[in-house]
Design a protein around this ligand. Structure first.
Ligand code: ADP
Ligand code: ADP
Length: 228
C-alpha cells in the first residue's frame, strides 16, 4: 500500500520556486534516500511530507489520507516522525523526559506506558544507560540517537530524516548510521535526505535525485550508482 503519495506538489518562497511540480509515491515499508545538490529542494520536500512546511499546490496523502484542517494536519504530523540535522532536543529535559513528553502530552498515554516505550526505544538505539542525563552531557552522536528514539516513541507510520549526520563530527557519523540501518531492518517506512552514499547503497530501495526543485531521477541504488 502507499504510505506517502505526492502529486503535482509545488512550493515557492516569495518568488523562488523550491518545489516545481513534484510527484513521488512511497510504499509502506520502503526505504527511500533523497539526494541532490544543496538548494535543490530536498529539505523542503521532506518537510512537506509531514506537513511541517505547507505546500502551495498539489496533493500529499499519508496512508491514503490527505489531511484537511488544523486538527487533521496535527494528526498526520504525529503519524510521521522527523529527525533533524541539529537534534532539536529540549535542553532542560533529561533524555527520558525528552522521550516521554509527546507521548504523554500529545498521545495522552499514561506516564508508565510512555516510560516503558521510551526505555524500549532508548535501548533500541543503544543509549538506555544515558536515560537520566541531559542533552548537553551527551556527544552529538548520542544526542542524535536520542532524537531518533524520541521520534520512535510516537510509534509513527513513517520516519523522515533530514541530513541526520550532517552536523556530526566525523567519528560520530557511523554510530548514527548503524542505528538507522538497524531500524531499516525493522520494516518501518523510511525517507532520508543524506549525502551518505554508502548508507544509501546499503539500505535504500530507491534513490530520488533532485535538482532545481524537481525530481530528475528515481532508481534503485544498483542502477543509480552504475549510471552516475
Ligand atoms: P536542500 O535541502 O536541497 O538544500 P532546501 O529545500 O533547504 O534545499 O532549499 C531549497 C531552496 O529554497 C534554497 O535555495 C533555500 O535557500 C530556499 N529556502 C529554503 N527554506 C526557505 C525559507 N524558509 N525561506 C526562503 N527560502 C528558503
Ligand atoms: P537545510 O538544507 O538543512 O534546510 P538550510 O541552511 O538551507 O539547511 O536552512 C536552514 C533553515 O533556514 C531552514 O529552516 C530553511 O527553511 C531556512 N532557510 C533556508 N534558506 C532560506 C532563505 N533563503 N530565507 C529564509 N530562510 C531560509
Amino acid at each position: 500500500s502507499e504510505m506517502i503519495r505526492i502529486e503535482n506538489v509545488s512550493k515557492r518562497y516569495a518568488d523562488f520556486v523550491a518545489l516545481n511540480n513534484v510527484n513521488l509515491t512511497i510504499e509502506a515499508g520502503a526505504k527511500v534516500v533523497i539526494c541532490g545538490p544543496s538548494g535543490s529542494g530536498k529539505s523542503t520536500l521532506i518537510r512537506c511530507m509531514n506537513y511541517l512546511a505547507p505546500h502551495d499546490s498539489g496533493t500529499i496523502a499519508i496512508d491514503g489520507v490527505e489531511p484537511k484542517g488544523r486538527r487533521n494536519i496535527e494528526k498526520v504530523r504525529r503519524e510521521v516522525g522527523m529527525v533533524f540535522q541539529n537534534f532539536n532536543l529540549f535542553p532542560h529535559l533529561t533524555v527520558l523526559e525528552n522521550c516521554i513528553l509527546a507521548p504523554v502530552q500529545v498521545r495522552k498515554l499514561p506516564r508508565a506506558r510512555a516510560e516503558a516505550l521510551a526505555r524500549q526505544f532508548l535501548a533500541r538505539v543503544h543509549i538506555a544507560e544515558q536515560a537520566n542525563k541531559y542533552p548537553s552531557q551527551l556527544s552529538g552522536g548520542q544526542q542524535q540517537r536520542v532524537a531518533i528514539a524520541r521520534a520512535l516513541c510516537m510509534e509513527p507510520k513513517a520516519m523522515l530524516f533530514d541530513e541526520p549526520t550532517s552536523a556530526l563530527d566525523p567519528e560520530m557519523v557511523g554510530e548514527v548510521l548503524d542505528v538507522m540501518v538497524e531500524l531499516a531492518g525493522d520494516g518501518i517506512t523510511m525517507v532520508c535526505v543524506t549525502h551518505e552514499m554508502a548508507f544509501a547503497r546499503k539500505v535504500a530501495d530507491s534513490i530520488v535525485f533532485m535538482d532545481k526543485g524537481q525530481i530528475v531521477e528515481v532508481a534503485p541504488p544498483e542502477q543509480f550508482f552504475t549510471a552516475a
